[in-house]
Design a protein around this ligand. Structure first.
Ligand SMILES: Cc1cc2nc3c(=O)[nH]c(=O)nc-3n(C[C@H](O)[C@H](O)[C@H](O)COP(=O)(O)O)c2cc1C
Ligand SMILES: CCCCC(=O)C(=O)O
Length: 356
């Protein structure tokens, strides 16, 4: 099945309110649209006769050696989309050698997510996405929970000082989880009430000082997710980040920012090779992966496509999405004369309005 067919099947399978929660964005959904459209404006300039018969697309990332270059971006509430929920996504990612980022807003506790990943592969990489809590002890308890579960890195989301205004959710009245579902990682934390959507911390009070405390709480590498400004990428590295994820949260936060991929080159320049830079937002085909890697990303994340796969076909559906993107990317690499990801370089990307 193509990714488009899986998306259609997911739309059929899902309750429309849940479909809208995943598909939608903030405001007029300008950024949601821009993330995908931006990839339309980039094209690849292949190199020829490079002897690229044998190819290796694996990447070394913080807490993940020899991983697929496409990772599963953190998306909330998988049990709303399929009864097997995060366990299915975890098995799919592990089977495909892809990093799974599970998170604060998962409907399955992080230890069960890691256990499911281990059913599919001996040494899977599961990262934990953290919404830092304004109360340090709550953040610390979440960090310890992720570490004890066997996560190999933390991802701190910094683009959500306040929750984005998701137009479709407001229209549909989808402002909390239905009965029977909870944000399981929020259970039994010191002073934090369990599990409702509104318990998930988002605080405009947080600052780089708070962030800097997180790498001190743990031996795990800590990545920062949701950076668009190159100055923030520099600050992230200065405050101990082991990786920077360029992301506008899939167009679900500020509806006036650029497409994620358009912010990538400046962030790559600011980070200057000190830590890996990743990108998510709008990646829908293998050639999008190739463009992002050529522009300097070490790997890319996919959000909605994996959820569509999960909703349409559980573990097998999510696996199909990851396998398809990997296969398409490898094919594109071959077409561009590359043997390794590093063979894709900035001069091989051209832009509408620029050189074509
Ligand atoms: C339904 C949904 C839930 C999400 N939940 C989270 C979350 O809990 N934490 C987070 O950091 N990002 C979250 N995101 C953002 C994704 O990690 C990612 O940035 C975005 O989906 C990438 O864009 P794409 O969907 O175009 O691939 C969510 C995105 C979607 C679509
Ligand atoms: C409070 C849950 C956060 C989920 C999220 O980040 C999103 O829907 O974009």
């Amino acid at each position: 099945m193509t990714l488009r067919a899986l998306h259609d099947a997911a739309r059929e399978a899902l309750d429309p309110v849940r479909y809208d929660y995943v598909a939608g964005g903030a405001g007029e959904e300008r950024v949601l649209a821009a993330n995908e459209q931006a990839f339309e404006s980039y094209r690849l300039l292949p190199r020829v006769l490079c002897g690229s018969e044998t190819r290796d697309t694996a990447v070394d990332l913080p807490g993940a050696r020899q991983a697929a270059p496409v990772i599963v971006a953190p998306t909330a509430f998988h049990r709303l989309m399929h009864p097997d929920g995060e366990r299915a996504t975890a098995r799919a990612a592990a089977a495909e050698g892809a990093v799974l980022v599970t998170g604060t807003a998962a409907t399955t506790a992080v230890d069960a997510v890691v256990a499911a990943a281990r059913e599919a592969a001996p040494d899977p990489a599961v990262w934990f996405q953290l919404y830092p809590h304004p109360r340090r002890e709550v953040t610390e308890a979440l960090v310890l929970r992720a570490e004890a579960a066997g996560c190999t890195a933390l991802v701190v989301t910094v683009d959500s000082p306040v929750f984005g205004r998701h137009t479709r959710d407001l229209r549909n009245g989808f402002t909390d989880l239905p009965p029977g579902y909870a944000a399981e990682n929020m259970r039994d934390l010191p002073g934090a009430p369990p599990g409702s959507l509104t318990d998930i911390p988002m605080s405009p009070a947080l600052s780089w000082r708070d962030f800097a405390g997180i790498p001190r709480m743990t031996a795990l590498p800590v990545l920062v997710k949701g950076v668009l400004h190159p100055a923030d990428a520099r600050l992230a590295v200065e405050h101990g980040a082991s990786g920077v994820i360029v992301s506008n949260h899939g167009g679900r936060q500020c509806d006036a920012v650029p497409a994620a991929v358009d912010c990538l080159p400046a962030v790559v320049g600011a980070v200057a090779g000190r830590v890996p830079v990743l990108l998510d937002g709008g990646v829908r085909r293998g050639s999008d992966v190739a463009v992002a890697l050529a522009l300097g990303a070490a790997a890319v994340g996919v959000g909605r496509p994996v959820v569509w796969g999960l909703a349409a076909g559980g573990e097998a559906g999510a696996r199909t999405v990851l396998a398809t993107l990997r296969d398409e990317y490898d094919h594109t690499l071959a077409l561009c004369g590359g043997r390794r990801n590093a063979d894709l370089t900035q001069d091989m990307v051209v832009r509408k309005g620029g050189t074509w």
